[in-house]
Ligand binder design. Structure first.
Ligand code: F6R
Length: 607
């Protein structure tokens, strides 16, 4: 969601903060702001600049005005309370206090009424401004900044990560974490805070991750961390292995294209140590021998990975599997079978609904939890018994690509582990191992479809709607294709299980409706061909991704795009790529903001 960066140093920090914001901009990008304290002035100054729009607008304003000072906080926003505007942009100021905040304060209305009754005037529509006034009120009552934040924390309901600075004590910041991640960066004679380590890689590689309920006081010389009971605690300082240039686009025009092309390597990374010389090594996944049922929970693209896995887990491992969107699961009263393994899937590991669903599942009695996640140290990883890290590397494009295919790869490994008790366990595992071994090479080969798909994209750019069809384990791939197209090209797209067409959606078919079909040569091929004919007979315009052996030929109103042949078991992963490329090129032709599509943000840490 929003991004936070803060610094306490001897040098001017504004450029560090701006670079941090650029690196976090994919988290939220409707407005940005910075507040800096200059302790070297005879009277310490608190200066704030905020701009509507991208970080560059803020950087231009900073370049014009200059913003000296060694202590500062900065924020890039994804609006929750109050429209995107300069007045609603962070930092929010109350007297000498400035605050940036990620998350949502659920009881902000009651707090606002209380503060207004106390004479505080609000300049914004945000929930965050209540924090600034609460901290200012505590400080004017005699508390130091640390105590003030500790006191305020007990008044806040909801999920948040926040940083506060005080003009009267200019060489410190106080930060609090409750449901929204924060990481402390350690430099030499300087310290930093951010909502993601990626923001701070240009200045340090040494990080301590704050835990739920932590409050920390950060100065140039020290970092003091306190737990929920306000007792001092140590948090391990670790050297980051994330690459410094993980935030660079390199030779690519967009992060999304870069990340699509990184998939052969990302998948190889997922497999490293888990598939050795054609043999699966699944011990690290943990003991799954007593699992009788699987419940998968996730959101968005990660949910589509879960739906695909259900086909695998039931057909290959013979274990019953349910999949549900986290925001639904968490508010239902699901009936959980004994010996159920709960699998959560998340790129970020910080998605609020997925985390809440995990906690809800534990309350319902699930005792075995496994997360499939891309971010080591994330909340999801910490709160799960077992984890399979996808190792996709930082994903900056808001539209998920390599995170999805590496999730699928990890889920296939999990399927192989769950198949241990199946009657044909060894055959299933050998098949999966063989297919996975070929996968990075196949994905590389599939990327050579790039130019054909770029040309194909022309057919979509002036359309307002599109349908995506698939059957079996390709149905969730059709869902993912439709999601990609709508989120970055803003073309309305729906996915249907192809057999469902005649139950209603056929009524939509006309020459203006492009229909994308994912058609690997599997045992549902003949059924799918009938569905294709149903569409052709009604004048629909078809784009069929199929391997040559499927013998689907181009015809009037039907373009067939050849896809490399592969084992059915990995076909969902292989067929994802052309759909990613298609949505990418449609968006490029339409001129949308591919990496930061409107209204969206990476890592949805609010409900
Ligand atoms: C779509 C997309 C989102 C995320 C969803 C869950 O391209 O990226 O649908 O998949 O917000 O996010 P994670 O995987 O971080 O839990």
């Amino acid at each position: 969601m929003c991004g936070i960066v803060g610094a306490v140093a001897q040098r001017d920090v504004v450029e560090i903060l701006l670079e941090g914001l650029r690196r976090l901009e994919y988290r939220g990008y409707d407005s940005a702001g910075v507040a800096v304290l200059d302790a070297s002035a005879s009277e310490p100054q608190l200066q704030r600049l905020r701009r509507l729009g991208k970080v560059q607008a803020l950087a231009d304003a900073v370049a014009e005005q200059g913003l000296p000072g060694g202590t500062g906080i900065a924020h890039t926003r994804w609006a929750t309370h109050g429209e995107p505007s300069e007045a609603n942009a962070h930092p929010h100021v109350s007297g000498d206090i400035a605050v940036v905040h990620n998350g949502i304060i659920e009881n902000h209305e009651a707090l606002r009424a209380e503060l207004q009754a106390d004479g505080y005037q609000f300049q914004s529509q945000t929930d965050t401004e209540v924090i600034a006034h609460l901290v200012a009120r505590a400080v004017s009552g005699g508390a130091d900044l640390l105590t003030a934040v500790q006191q305020v924390r007990s008044r806040l309901e909801g999920a948040y990560g926040m940083v506060a600075i005080n003009r009267q004590t200019p060489e410190r910041m106080v930060v609090a974490r409750s449901g929204s991640p924060l990481v402390v960066g350690f430099g030499i004679g300087e310290h930093f805070i951010a909502s993601d380590q990626l923001a701070l890689l240009p200045v340090t590689r040494r990080f301590a991750f704050l835990e739920e309920g932590d409050v920390a006081e950060i100065t140039r010389q020290s970092v003091r961390i306190f737990d929920l009971e306000n007792q001092p605690v140590e948090r391990e300082v670790r050297e980051s292995s994330v690459e410094h240039d993980a935030g660079d686009k390199g030779e690519y025009r967009h992060y999304m294209l870069k990340e699509i092309h990184e998939q052969p390597q990302a998948i190889a990374n997922t497999l490293e140590g888990r598939l050795l010389n054609g043999q699966l090594n699944l011990e690290a996944l943990g003991d799954l021998s007593d699992v009788d049922a699987v419940q998968i929970i996730a959101c968005g693209t990660s949910y589509h990975a879960g739906v695909t896995a259900r086909y695998w887990i039931e057909s290959l491992a013979g274990i019953s599997c349910n999949v549900e969107i986290a925001s639904e699961f968490r508010y239902r009263r699901p009936v959980i079978r004994p010996n159920t393994l709960l699998v959560t899937i998340s790129q970020s590991g910080e998605t609020a609904d997925t985390l809440a669903a995990l906690r809800q599942a534990k309350e319902l009695g699930i005792t075995k939890t496994l997360s499939i996640c891309n971010v080591p140290g994330s909340s999801l990883v910490r709160e799960s018994d077992m984890t399979v890290l996808t190792r996709a590397g930082a994903e900056i494009g808001v539209a998920s690509t390599k995170a999805f295919t590496t999730q699928l790869t990890a889920l296939l490994l999990l399927t192989a582990a769950l198949a241990e008790r199946a009657a044909d366990a060894s055959a299933v595992q050998q098949r999966i191992a063989k297919a996975l071994e070929s996968l990075p090479g196949l994905i590389q080969q599939t990327l050579s479809m790039n130019d054909d798909i770029e040309r194909l994209a022309e057919h979509f750019a002036d359309k307002h709607n599109a349908l995506f069809l698939g059957r079996g384990d390709q149905y969730p791939i059709a869902m993912e294709g439709a999601l990609k197209l709508k989120e970055i090209s803003y073309i309305h797209a729906e996915a249907y299980a192809a057999g469902e067409l005649k139950h209603g959606p056929l009524a939509l078919i006309d020459a203006e409706m492009p229909i994308v079909v994912v058609a690997p040569h599997n045992d549902l091929m003949e059924k799918l061909k009938s569905n294709i004919e149903e569409v052709r007979a009604r004048g629909g315009e078809l784009y069929v991704f199929a391997e040559e052996s499927a013998a689907i030929s181009a015809a009037e109103n039907m373009i067939v795009v050849p896809v490399p042949a592969c084992d059915d078991v990995i076909a969902p992963i292989v067929y994802t790529l052309p759909l990613q490329l298609l949505s990418y090129y449609v968006a490029v032709i339409k001129g949308t903001d591919v990496d930061q599509p409107r209204n969206l943000a990476k890592s949805v840490t609010v409900e």
